[in-house]
Design a protein around this ligand. Structure first.
Ligand code: ADP
Ligand code: MG
Length: 684
């Protein structure tokens, strides 16, 4: 890791009281440089005075005049009411909370300047709680717009502003970008940019300031994106400098498997497989994310990658987020691998102690070529003597830390991460900059898209009839109960009740139940019964969200769809439409719908492409929600917006690579400036 030394000048001066420091820390301000980057939310214009007759409703304006009346009134509630007069008219100032000192400041005869938003009030045109200063005609007006900062209780704007101005004046704000680069990018210097944003001249394009499209803003956003790219690319390079076994594409097993498959790989599967295969042949660890929509066929690609490792005499670990999924992988892969003479081992936390021990031993002796399981695979007592490749399925379900912990085992294995939560390209560029990304961008042929219907909960009876009809005709269906709130108990209760109600309402169907509180054996049993067609209808909580594959299930009902996230709905819906039959997904919703819920349901109703859904979700909710667990370890962006600032992001990515080659000193200074507080991340 780059040595990060803290520049002395950035430390707070001893003159700032402890109480203030605590409040600053609340705002994420830990040194003077953070003060410089604490940028205004908006501005007030105290550079001019407006005549009272010219005041416009709803606009924040400064007026100047003499107090001609001042009294405390008790109706409609206790308030201080003053009348301010200038040569053009009279305006009411109203204060609901006020101190004696304020009352004194606003005594009759005082000359003051008041700044506030004008609106129609109890007494006509008024300002509520305007900012007031004693000032006459000869008091000079401010030269720059007055910044309004995000702050916290007990830390007045004036105090915050004073510290920020001091930091601006006293810190050396030298540029971290090489001069040539700045010229080429047509960006202003860092010092000019922050000074301007904290003290914009009165003639500035205020709209560009507020919309953050002003050049000064672009520079800040660029710097932030660059810091993010630099830190992630350094990670990437660092991991890449380690050694990994070269796993040649020998074709012993892979060719044989391909010959026995009942289908041929799609073009997209072939392309991603080539990318992975090439990585595995390198002498440094692969760090690749395989993205593909639900049902795009990632498993077979991962299996072929696993075989490439196995045919070189290495072990492979395949990790799934849930036991259901791990178990399903195990069965599916076992069927595919048996003809090749390979028998995988299954390892989960819920195995009997004896079985677990046996599995661990087989792994430790190197007998096991492929181990499949949950994160139990990576507990301390499991030792892989020859681990060549780690595959992480549904990686978004794991935190970054968990993922990175995999590195610690054995020599450096290659890593293949898989994700069915499609990430829009800009977001991937930003938050997955430490990974190479392969995308399966087509579905296997012959799939009929799932039909989605939005149905109000009041029409439940009709839905029941429809389920019954489908099941009696030989199909199967899922009935999904969502997480009502954070509490598992409630979720469980809902699932149990729903199961009971449905079993009563549909006496001629066999209704199964699977939820997170069942133990593994019960869970697997319920899944197996559904898979073999023994049960017609499976009531399930969102445990079936990821990966479950039962092709005969052609119908799904999702309760309270309005409460679920889009990625989750898309994942759930992906459980149907896996066979030849036309599939149907019914989203039950409860009235009334909030605007956001309505917007979300509309997106899922109108789109079947996971990437498109993710893109729209991104604009609806921002990146934090979309990235899920990953956000915990990745520096989120404060200023830049990956959607709006895609062009800057593109540029930052190229510049980061360039700087890491040609301007390492500057790259280090830049990271130090922007990431000094993010050492946690830098040392992951
Ligand atoms: P996901 O990408 O969601 O993990 P899976 O790997 O589970 O998808 O694949 C979904 C289904 O599609 C599986 O039943 C799988 O066997 C099948 N499949 C995968 N690739 C193809 C293909 N090229 N042609 C036809 N079916 C395929
Ligand atoms: Mg899958």
């Amino acid at each position: 890791m780059l040595p990060l030394c803290f520049s002395i000048s950035s430390v707070f001066p001893a003159s700032i009281p402890e109480a203030t420091l605590t409040k600053l820390a609340k705002l994420g301000i830990h040194n003077r440089f953070d003060l410089v980057l604490h940028l205004p939310l908006r501005y007030e214009d105290e550079t001019r005075v407006t005549q009272i007759v010219e005041l416009v409703h709803g606009v924040s304006t400064q007026v100047e005049g003499e107090i001609i009346h001042s009294e405390v009134m008790f109706r409609p509630r206790r308030s201080l009411i003053c009348q301010l007069q200038d040569s053009s008219g009279v305006l009411h100032l109203r204060f609901l909370n006020f101190y004696p000192s304020q009352q004194k400041q606003l005594e009759v005869g005082k000359k003051i300047r008041a700044l506030g938003e004008v609106r129609m009030g109890y007494f006509g045109m008024e300002m509520v709680h305007p900012k007031c200063r004693v000032a006459g005609e000869s008091t000079p007006l401010k030269q720059a717009l007055t910044p309004v900062y995000p702050t916290t209780a007990g830390l007045p704007q004036a105090t915050l502003s004073k510290h920020i101005q001091a930091a601006l004046n006293e810190l050396e704000l030298s540029d971290t970008l090489p001069a040539d680069l700045l010229t080429r990018l047509k960006l202003p210097s860092f010092a000019d940019s922050v000074r301007l944003l904290h003290n914009p001249p009165s003639d500035i394009d205020e709209d560009a300031l507020l919309k953050r499209t002003h050049h000064a803003w672009l520079r800040i956003k660029f710097d932030e994106l660059l810091a993010q790219q630099l830190s992630m690319r350094i990670h990437y390079r660092k991991r890449r400098s380690r050694n990994a076994p070269r796993l040649r594409a020998l074709g012993h097993f892979t060719e044989r498997l391909l010959q026995t498959l009942p289908f041929s790989l799609t073009t997209a599967q072939q392309k991603t497989l080539r990318e992975i295969s090439r990585d595995l042949e390198q002498a440094h660890p692969m760090q690749r994310l395989l993205q593909g929509d639900v049902g795009s066929g990632k498993t077979i690609v991962a299996l072929l990658a696993a075989l490439q490792a196995i045919e070189n005499g290495y072990q492979v670990a395949l990790m799934s987020p849930t036991e259901i999924l791990a178990e399903q992988h195990y069965h599916k892969l076992r069927d595919w691998l048996e003809p090749l003479g390979i028998s995988p081992v299954w390892l989960s936390g819920s195995l009997k102690k004896k079985d677990k021990q046996a599995a661990i031993e087989r792994i430790a002796q190197g007998e096991t070529q492929l181990a499949i399981g949950t994160h139990a695979l990576f507990q301390d007592q499991v030792i892989f003597p020859k681990l060549g490749l780690v595959i992480v399925d549904e990686q978004h379900k794991f935190g970054v830390q968990q993922r990175l912990a995999l590195r610690g085992k054995g020599d450096e294995p290659h890593q293949l991460m898989m994700s069915a939560t499609p990430i829009p390209r800009t977001l991937a560029m930003s938050y997955y900059a430490d990974l190479d990304v392969s995308v399966i961008d087509e579905l296997p042929p012959g799939r009929t898209p799932v039909i989605t219907k939005l149905v109000s909960d009041s029409r439940r009876e009709e839905v029941l009839a429809r389920v019954r009809q489908a099941c009696l005709a030989g199909q199967q269906a899922y009935w999904i109960c969502p997480l009502i709130d954070e509490s598992d108990t409630l979720e469980l209760q809902t699932a149990l009740e729903t199961h009971q109600r449905l079993a009563q309402a549909l006496p001629d169907l066999r209704v199964g139940l699977v939820h997170g509180k069942l133990n593994t054996v019960e869970k697997l049993h319920a899944m197996a019964a559904f898979k073999t067609g023994e049960t017609h209808l499976l009531v399930a909580t969102t445990v079936v969200e990821v990966g479950v594959d039962v092709p005969n299930a052609a119908m799904m009902v999702i309760e309270h769809a309005e409460r679920m996230g889009l990625a989750q709905l898309h994942q759930l819906r992906g459980r149907v439409g896996r066979g030849a039959a036309q599939s149907l997904c019914i989203l039950l919703f409860q009235q009334p719908l909030s605007e956001l819920a309505r917007a979300r349901l509309k997106i899922i109703y109108e789109n079947t492409d996971g990437f498109e859904i993710a893109q729209q979700d991104l604009s609806l909710r921002g990146p934090g929600e979309l990235l899920g667990a990953r956000q915990s370890g990745v520096p989120m962006l404060r200023f830049a917006d990956v959607t709006e600032d895609a062009a800057l992001l593109n540029c930052a990515q190229a510049v980061a690579d360039e700087m890491l080659c040609d301007f390492q000193q500057e790259a280090r200074a830049h990271l130090q400036r922007w990431m000094a507080n993010r050492q946690d991340y830098l040392h992951v």
